[in-house]
Design a binder for this molecule. Structure first.
Ligand SMILES: C[S@@+](CC[C@H](N)C(=O)[O-])C[C@H]1O[C@@H](n2cnc3c(N)ncnc32)[C@H](O)[C@@H]1O
Ligand SMILES: [Zn+2]
Length: 374
């Protein structure tokens, strides 16, 4: 595979392949152009975070591959004082060094090291840690949680969406300690299982984890969350771990502190469940709105659309429903999604579409109210 010049954001990098047809874990150094949206959102998120904390910040890209992520952070975010890169692959390290020089990045540290060893070896805490592995981020969460600063941020990617979303439930139970559930909202449940695992790792170090933006796109999940060092913040995070109760008979769904609730509180049918998982908010509405504003500076319709949906759904702390599922439960024809959202809003409920599905509606209307309006 040949090496080529790629322009992404403000970065001009050398990458192997660089074409979608050439994406492979077996490439000399991994580069996936389809993850640009993930990186764009990460840059907006770091920008909002940097504006909020108002001090120079240290950023780590410990699974850096070409270094494109860290290089873009350095070039596109104000207030970044130091960028730390590492990768196990020696070819990646040579490429990162070339790319850093090419983009004239100052204040970069580059080491060929296992991400856990690299993070653990840091004397000073790191403000923003970006964990972007192949597959599961689980092996890196402990060191990320340990070395993130007392008011830092963790940015975590998981590409093992199949176990998290219920295709491989035994793998989810084994790795994440949680039962997933195949249903209309399985991807959100997968993200919630991931968040519960991040929060647990943080809690070990008396740190709370507060998700600010969650994303499900293509083959991956991405979670951004603020970290707060205090026993009470950690206790609050742990308290937010519970179960999702789901009734396929009447469509009821909700959270509960345990999974003992065998009968549906709405129709008494036997329920199913997922968890333990995060039952708190997965978005911070104000933060998501600021991130959306950043997307306006970039000409990218898909990016703006996803962040616009996230901004809207972030205002509603309630579950979402697949329209097709609702119409099968209620034996009705599926309504047009925009009309149904408007109908719910006119009836006084909060309602929006969701970035999780083009045919999903998030609303604080209960299932019986939905039944009357559909
Ligand atoms: C998905 S790629 C990273 C992509 C990159 N963050 C980006 O946005 O283009 C994962 C990288 O992690 C590296 N890697 C895998 N295991 C590692 C470990 N234990 N420590 C450090 N790097 C590792 C691989 O060599 C690969 O370059
Ligand atoms: Zn029910």
């Amino acid at each position: 595979m040949s090496i080529s010049q790629v322009v992404e954001g403000k970065a001009h990098i050398l990458a192997y392949g660089g074409k979608i047809s050439e994406i492979s874990k077996k490439a000399a150094v991994f580069y996936n152009p389809r993850m640009k949206l993930n990186r764009d959102i990460s840059i907006f998120t770091l920008s909002v975070f940097a504006e909020d904390i108002k001090r120079p910040i240290t950023v780590a890209d410990p699974l850096a591959a070409t270094g494109v992520r860290g290089i873009r952070y350095a070039l596109e975010v104000s207030g970044v004082s130091e960028i730390l890169f590492s990768d196990l692959n020696p070819t990646a390290i040579r490429l990162i060094k070339k790319n850093i020089a090419k983009n004239k990045i100052k204040n970069a540290v580059v080491e060929q090291e296992d991400a856990n060893v690299f993070l653990s070896g840091r004397k000073n805490k790191i403000d923003f840690i970006d964990i972007d592995p192949f597959g599961t981020p689980l092996p890196f969460l402990d060191s990320g949680a340990r070395v993130v600063s007392i008011s830092g941020m963790l940015a975590i990617t998981a590409t093992d969406t199949a176990p998290l979303s219920g295709t491989y439930p035994r793998a989810s139970l084994r790795k994440y300690g949680a039962k997933p559930l195949r249903c209309d909202v399985q991807h959100e449940l997968g993200i919630r299982i991931l968040i519960a695992n991040i929060a647990r790792e943080c809690a070990k170090y008396d740190k709370g984890f507060i998700p600010v933006l969650s994303l499900s796109d293509l083959h991956y999940f991405r979670v951004f969350g603020k970290v707060r060092k205090s026993k009470s913040a950690a206790d609050a995070s742990v308290k937010s771990i519970g179960y999702f109760i789901y009734c396929k008979e009447c469509g009821y769904r909700g959270f509960a502190p345990d999974n003992c609730q065998k009968a549906c509180p709405n129709c008494s049918a036997k329920t199913d469940y997922a968890g333990p998982l995060w039952t708190g908010k997965i978005f911070d509405a104000e933060f998501c709105s600021k991130v959306f504003q950043k997307s306006k500076a970039v000409e990218d319709k898909r990016l703006e659309k996803i962040l616009g949906l996230i901004r809207d759904e972030a205002l509603i702390d309630a579950p979402w429903y697949e329209i097709g599922f609702l119409s099968s439960v209620f034996h009705t024809n599926p309504p047009r999604i925009d009309e149904f959202v408007e109908k719910l809003q006119k009836a006084g409920f909060k309602a929006s579409r969701t970035h999780f599905s083009p045919t999903g509606v998030r609303t604080d209307a209960g299932i019986n109210e939905i039944r009357k309006l559909i």
